[in-house]
Ligand binder design. Structure first.
Ligand code: ADP
Ligand code: MG
Length: 287
């Protein structure tokens, strides 16, 4: 099996300088990843859940070598992140989307912003023109190509940020809570674009979120807790574990909880119901 992202016993410690008055500065370490083993297949759509401080962003930053492991091993596209000569190969294959859309937009015109990353990769101008047009079309933002990004909604800005990454032709896109600052419409726009890129262009997606309904749309969910993998499986499998999820401070999608309650009351419903439509269909079937 070919994995596009794989880790073995990945450990990461932040070094923090502590200065107390009258004493010399000392360095303390804060373990953010405590032995993470994950394996993501090419073309997979994986959601990562976990409450604040569980290590999600730290893991994300390893995937494009913004951070390098304190211990353990990690491979991206089969390349070890310890292979310094090939870090550029990894960086140019992994696009990152962060939480705040305003921090990711640099240029004053949408299409210039989308071109920025590809220009830095040294892509020739004619090719950039083509890639920018394609990328803006992919995220449904072609009509805004010549607008200033300033007036766009949060969801539109995140889609522009995603277009900028697409113009770099990545194999993997890592999104770290890309919808956290968006309204429901923006969240849906971003989710739909990400799903389309995964389905139609085969881009591997690693999607960090604290929205259960978004995680429910992934192929697989990884749940992190205290720098470790606490649970892993399909959305149906993970969201069936209502008590363990609640014990680590996470919710389950409302539909999963309602279905579990009905099942407890003796109503014969299958496992893995996650959407209102699926639940309604099963309830209608009972009559
Ligand atoms: P999450 O994204 O799941 O909220 P993070 O990866 O940001 O978690 O943080 C994991 C742990 O590492 C937390 O305990 C956090 O306080 C610590 N941490 C994160 N960033 C830094 C940093 N720059 N310096 C020191 N500690 C950090
Ligand atoms: Mg985070």
């Amino acid at each position: 099996m070919e994995y596009i992202v794989k880790t073995e016993n990945l450990v990461f410690e932040y070094k923090i300088q502590v200065q107390t008055e009258g004493e010399e500065a000392t360095t303390e370490t804060e373990a953010a990843l405590n032995g993470v083993d994950i394996a993501v297949k090419k073309g997979e759509f994986v959601a990562v859940l976990g409450h604040n401080g569980s290590g999600k962003s730290t893991l994300a930053k390893h995937i494009n070598c913004l951070l390098s492991p304190t211990a353990g091993t990690m491979w991206v596209k089969g390349i070890s992140v310890a292979d310094e000569e090939r870090i550029w190969d990894i960086r140019s294959s992994v696009g990152m989307v962060f939480q705040n859309p305003d921090n990711q937009i640099i240029a004053t015109i949408v299409e210039e912003d989308v071109a920025f990353g590809a220009e830095n990769l040294g892509v020739p101008p004619a090719e950039i023109r083509k890639r920018v047009d394609e990328a803006l079309a992919s995220v449904g933002m072609a009509q805004y190509a010549e607008n200033p990004p300033h007036f766009l909604s949060g969801g539109q800005k995140q889609r522009v940020a995603i277009a900028g990454i697409l113009a770099m032709r990545p194999d993997i896109i890592v999104l770290d809570e890309p919808t956290a600052m968006l309204d429901p419409i923006g969240r849906r726009e971003v989710m739909n674009v990400v799903k389309k890129l995964n389905r139609e262009e085969g881009i591997t997606i690693i999607f960090i979120t604290h929205f259960m309904d978004e995680a429910a749309q992934a192929e697989r969910i990884i749940v992190m807790e205290e720098g470790k993998i606490a649970m892993e499986g399909t959305p149906g499998e993970v969201f069936a574990q209502i008590a363990p999820l609640k014990a680590i401070g996470l919710d389950v999608p409302q539909v999963a909880e309602i279905a579990a309650g009905l099942r407890e009351a003796g109503i014969n419903l299958p496992q893995g119901l996650l959407t209102v439509d699926a639940l309604v269909e099963e309830i209608c079937r009972l009559r």
